[in-house]
Design a protein around this ligand. Structure first.
Ligand SMILES: [Zn+2]
Ligand SMILES: [Zn+2]
Length: 160
C-alpha cells in the first residue's frame, strides 16, 4: 500500500489533509505546532529541574547564615531579604534620591539620547552606570603619562 494517499481529518484543527495513512492524524501545521509545544515543555521542565537542584541549604550572601532556600537563586536569608526589599523600596522614593544625589544635565545632539541608551543597555548598563564607568575610565586615563594615554587612545582608535 506504499504511496497511497488518503484524505483524512486532522484531530487537532479538523481540517482535511492528504496523508499516507487512512488513520486520522495531525495535519502538518498541527504537527509542527505540537512539536514546538513538546520542545517548549521539555525546555521548561529542564529549567524547573535546574532551579530545583539549586534549592536547599544556602549561605546568605549578606550575613553568611545558613538558611533553607525555598526559591531558586535565593541569595539572602529571610531576614536579610526583608531588609533588602525595604532598602530597594526606600531607594526608589523621590525624597531618598533627592537627599543623596545631585542631578547633572547633559546635552546631546538631537536623536542621540536613544542611541546612547541603546548602547548602554546592549552592554547591560543604565545611563547611570554608563556615566559611572565612563568617569572611572576618564580618571584612570588622565592619571597616565601623556605618552601612555596617547598609546591607549591610539589602540582604541579614539581621539579626545
Ligand atoms: Zn490541524
Ligand atoms: Zn542573612
Amino acid at each position: 500500500m506504499n504511496g497511497m494517499e488518503y484524505e483524512v481529518n486532522c484531530i487537532g484543527c479538523g481540517t482535511s489533509y492528504i496523508a499516507h495513512s487512512s488513520r486520522d492524524g495531525y495535519c502538518p501545521e498541527c504537527k509542527a505546532k505540537r512539536a514546538a509545544q513538546t520542545r517548549h515543555r521539555y525546555y521548561e521542565k529542564r529549567k524547573h529541574e535546574q532551579k530545583e537542584a539549586k534549592r536547599g541549604l544556602v549561605d546568605c550572601v549578606i550575613c553568611g547564615k545558613l538558611f533553607n532556600a525555598v526559591l531558586s537563586d535565593q541569595k539572602r536569608c529571610p531576614t536579610c531579604q526583608l531588609v533588602h526589599e525595604r532598602d530597594i523600596k526606600r531607594a526608589n522614593t523621590i525624597d531618598y534620591r533627592r537627599e543623596r544625589y545631585d542631578c547633572i544635565q547633559v546635552k546631546v545632539p538631537k536623536g542621540e539620547r536613544e542611541l546612547i541608551k541603546q548602547i548602554a543597555s546592549d552592554n547591560g548598563d543604565t545611563l547611570q552606570s554608563l556615566y559611572t564607568k565612563g568617569q572611572k575610565l576618564y580618571k584612570a586615563l588622565y592619571a597616565l603619562d601623556q605618552s601612555d594615554r596617547d598609546m591607549i587612545l591610539d589602540i582604541l582608535g579614539v581621539s579626545l
